[in-house]
Design a protein around this ligand. Sequence first.
Ligand code: MRU
Length: 349
Amino acid sequence: MIQTLEWTDKGVRFIDQTKLPTEEVYVTCTTHEQVADVIRNMVVRGAPAIGVAAAMGIALGVKNSKAESAGDLKRDFDAICDVIGKTRPTAVNLFWAIRRMQDKFERIRIRPIPHIKQTLIEEAQRMHAEDIAANQAMGRHGATLMPSAGGVLTHCNAGALATAGYGTALGVIRAAVEQGKKIHVYADETRPFLQGSRLTAWELMKDGIPTTVISDNMAGAMMKQGKIGAIVVGADRIAANGDVANKIGTYTVAVLAKEHNIPFYVAAPISTVDLECPDGSKIPIEQRNQKEVTHIAGKQMVPDGVDVENPAFDVTPAKYVAAIITERGIAKAPYAESLRQLATLEPVH
Ligand code: MRU
């Protein structure tokens, strides 16, 4: 399995996703500030991977702390969480992971400092393992929704690289293929950061899953030609009413799917469901550097001084979503009820 990120004795090790698909290189962060930078710069990206990276970054920061009293350690802990929390605003998994580490810290803060350090490292490692298990469970549930043969379109990268392993949307595809379904993946290239052509295609090729890369503006034509039997994407945050924030361009795909009568599925762990967020209009959308749009591989593609927008995500209204696949089962409309039901079930550890 691709090692997207892992805890090592030297620090947190990441595959550098900005270098894929042409170079497979790894970076090891030895401080929590470096972990914050790799999240911000998208060396690691994808909501669940960001969550696990945040937890490991916090564990690393606490491990490095020179605090000798409980009060000093708490001050360091809060400062570390603050740095990690200011990296990317949309993927709720980041804040879910910080809160989980905070809860753990609160429960053990009166224990000896070496014990606290070790416990936080173990908690981050547990989150890594749980994420893989959740993706595999999601795969088992979601595979039942995949066609027995034919094209499945995905947008961005919701694969092993976007998680601790196996993937959410690509986990569903992997599980369907493991069950013998003859799926051919259509991967939107996903401008401007090209997660589809660089990352999704790379990891599916490694697994030998037939894949065709298309530029984003080809998706409608492929649907019209009958090449797409289903669509499955990941999510960065799902509001309580089922509205889904995901990579910019997802909304366009969902609307096109409706027009062509193709089911549009979302696969995401329960940690991506934000019950405190009533609907999609309240989801903060990250605005990224204009240079991601104006330049391709370092070459300028637009005239100097022209206005450019670069929202990293959009929101797909729940009415376009045929089902939300989670590790605890499949949610269907009305999502306000089905998501609340799944999200408030006791976690299976
Ligand atoms: O900007 P990115 O690459 O972090 O965006 C990733 C996505 O939008 C994914 O679809 C989402 O995080 C789900 S990953 C399992």
